[in-house]
Write a protein that binds this ligand. Structure first.
Ligand code: SR1
Ligand code: MG
Length: 421
């Protein structure tokens, strides 16, 4: 079928014609269609049989422009191919963390998936102060498993290179290169500043040669380090969860990039939430310490869980192969030395990418609701300045941290756990 953009009036007829939908819906005459896309790029419809509400799916369609900017900003629909490829790869390794895919079409640039109706996008829930007890365990397993199994540490030399070619994602990588690593730091016209944000705070991330160099190094690493198939946009708006289950959605930015990028996205977003909850918890009448401790602990558990699981996968693989990435381990210590140095590099990258992800959400075009929705501009500016300070120290000092506790200490030194009295 030739591409056409769907809308709430066209969706019912479209799915009525698909053989894959016949077993999911007992009738197509009583469908409720609601457009719920709150992301920056695509349109998302929830389709439900009003007479049997368990009969429900989600349809996501890429349009030939950037939704947040409008039709004047063309963007190829190819991103849906990357999203479907990544979803299928994730499903093959982590089926309990990915929605079921019922149908996809390259021509229509869409995918139809399970409606996770018992789960919420966690950003909104984290804003409300909800704790997700299994989040770090599930997310760290997901990241360790997907990164390891797409890397040179696991795949044959030939398969890995073919995968890099197959998953190239030029336009969406360019969005990241611009909006995460360039525009926020060059005072681009797309930037948006809170009028209460101090000019010094902005100048520090835009006019300090050391900081511009550090961010430039992260941009270069993003563009050149094809280590593993990334989700590519693993912030807390790309996760749906409840207390027991966690689903990772929206991998349209997926491509072969540096392992630290997915980790940095997740951990940087938890730090942003940490800064927002100085004000948010006080506003709810709570002592901020409890919820903010959970956010920091969750960030630590994501990193530590990842490190442990990734190393387990790596060791088991090497044992099964009877050799290691660097070849036979003649002295019995060389493979371990290599693994340690490797994890140190991923840790350093994670810190640098988390920092860039945090700073871009403060001055760049695409914000995070955790901070952007704080109505009091002065309180918002306080959270923003704290996030910028943390980001700038992290990216500059990224090679000087030896464990996650030091990052937690940094966050607490910038904004004490109990919040501003
Ligand atoms: C201009 S598009 C901005 C952002 O939306 C997505 O969620 C990605 O994070 C992208 O950078
Ligand atoms: Mg997204």
């Amino acid at each position: 079928m030739e591409y056409h953009q769907l809308n709430v009036n066209l969706v019912a007829d479209f799915i009525r014609g698909l053989s894959e939908m016949q077993s999911l819906f007992s009738s197509f005459d009583t469908l409720e269609i609601v457009e719920v896309g709150d992301g920056n790029l695509n349109f998302v419809y929830i389709i439900t049989n009003e007479l049997s509400r368990d009969e429900t799916v989600v349809l996501k369609q890429a349009v030939p422009f950037l939704r947040i900017a409008g039709e004047g900003w063309p963007l190829s629909r190819d991103r849906m191919k990357n999203e479907v490829m990544a979803l299928k790869f994730h499903e093959s390794l982590c089926p309990s963390n990915v929605p079921k895919i019922y149908y996809s079409s390259d021509e229509m640039s869409l995918v139809i998936m399970e409606n996770l109706k018992n789960h919420q996008i966690i950003r909104g829930e984290i804003i409300k102060g909800k704790v997700f007890p299994s989040l770090a365990e599930h997310v760290s397993s997901f990241i360790a498993t997907t990164l390891f199994h797409s890397s040179d540490l696991y795949l044959g030399f030939d398969e890995k290179k073919r995968n890099v070619a197959k998953t190239i994602n030029i336009e969406l990588c360019k969005i990241t290169e611009d909006f995460v690593f360039t525009h926020p730091y060059e005072d681009n016209e797309t930037n948006e500043y809170n009028p209460e944000l101090s000019l010094d705070a902005i100048a520090h991330i835009q006019r300090d040669p050391e900081l511009r160099n550090a961010v430039g190094e992260m941009k270069y690493a993003f563009m050149t380090k094809a280590e593993a198939l990334l989700h590519g946009d693993l912030h807390i708006g790309s996760i749906m969860a409840n207390e027991e289950e966690t689903f990772i959605i929206d991998p349209e930015f997926s491509f072969y990039g540096p392992m630290g990028f997915d980790l940095g996205a997740m951990i940087g977003n938890l730090f942003l939430a940490y800064f927002s909850h100085d004000y948010r918890q006080r506003k709810m009448g709570n002592d901020p310490e409890k919820y903010r401790s959970w956010l920091l602990q969750c960030a630590k558990d994501v990193w530590c869980g990842f490190e442990e699981k990734f190393l387990d996968l790596w060791l088991s693989h090497d044992e099964a192969q009877g050799t290691s990435f660097i070849g036979r381990d003649l002295d019995g210590k060389s493979a371990e030395t290599f693994r340690k140095a490797y994890m140190k590099r991923v840790f350093e990258d994670m810190i640098g990418f988390a920092a860039c992800k945090m700073m871009r959400r403060i001055v760049g075009l695409a914000k995070v609701a955790d901070i952007a929705d704080i109505e009091d501009a002065a309180e918002r500016a306080r959270a923003e300045e704290n996030a910028l300070r943390m980001g700038s120290v992290m990216v500059l000092q990224r090679s000087n941290y030896s464990n996650f506790d030091e990052l937690m200490d940094l966050a607490k030194s910038i904004s004490p756990l109990g919040g501003c009295k």
